[in-house]
Write a protein that binds this ligand. Structure first.
Ligand SMILES: [Zn+2]
Length: 251
């Protein structure tokens, strides 16, 4: 048993009927790399309004089984798509360039964010039979409305690229960049492979290391290989953990 106090959190983004096959592939990869089901699954209740989890009982049963086997189920938006009209040049720029239109919670009003948080959480709690303690916004982007909504919705944690925090009072739970990969273009793929290789060396002393896999990663063998290498690099020094461990024991 590792006693260094360092932790490794592995997660799969965009879990849901839309990416059922890719979820399965990544779940197997993480299982092969870690030997456990200790991983976070970030679930989208109705991806792009085209894949309602509430109407896919086969996928819902799988989700429940994974939860029972030890996966941590986290709410990851509602539809994942940014449908808001952004006011202000910076918000519009962020929405277009950083997220390819996937920052659902960037432009929501507080009321709308509350509604989606409540509905999403209720659905996942219904499916898993367990309390859902975490919310992670699509593309890791939170607008003011989302932040206000989260503060009053009793989630234990939220995260962005750089940190994990407790929404109720903003207390920081962990800090440090999340390692993720990009499949959208050759250039982005190459730079994400470079970043992962660098992170494997530079983040060795980081207390909390977060790794995030996405459905698109399954389209390129070199990305899957890099994910495996990255997990393997931290396994000797970092204890495999869930977000709930950070909340319970502090970072
Ligand atoms: Zn996502």
């Amino acid at each position: 048993m590792l006693n260094t106090g360092k932790r490794l959190i592995c997660s799969i983004h965009d879990v849901g009927p839309m990416f059922a096959g890719q979820t399965e592939r990544l779940r197997e990869l993480l299982y092969d790399c870690t030997g456990t089901m200790r991983m976070a699954l970030l679930v989208v209740p109705d991806h792009w309004h085209r894949a309602p989890l509430s109407r896919d009982s086969a996928f819902a049963s799988k989700l429940r089984a994974w939860s029972d086997e030890g996966c941590e189920i986290i709410l990851h938006g509602w539809c994942h798509k940014d449908e808001s009209r952004h006011t202000g040049r910076w918000a519009g720029f962020k929405a277009r360039h950083f997220t390819a239109g996937e920052g659902e919670f960037l432009g929501l009003s507080r009321e709308e964010a509350v509604r989606r948080l409540r509905d999403g959480r209720a659905l996942l709690e219904d499916i898993t039979g367990k309390r859902i303690g975490g919310f992670i916004a699509p593309a890791w982007l939170y607008g003011q409305g989302a932040r206000d909504a989260l503060r009053e919705q009793e989630f234990d944690f939220a995260e962005n690229h750089m940190r994990v925090w407790r929404p109720r009072d903003g207390r920081e739970i962990a800090r440090g960049p999340v390692i993720s990969w990009a499949s959208r273009s050759r250039v982005r793929t190459l730079s994400s492979l470079g970043f992962a290789a660098l992170a494997r060396r530079m983040l060795r002393h980081q207390r909390i290391v977060r790794i995030a896999a996405h459905p698109g990663d399954t389209t390129k063998p070199e990305l899957l290989e890099s994910i495996g290498q990255t997990i393997a690099a931290f396994r000797p020094t970092h204890r495999l953990s869930g977000y709930s461990d950070l909340v319970e024991h502090g970072a």
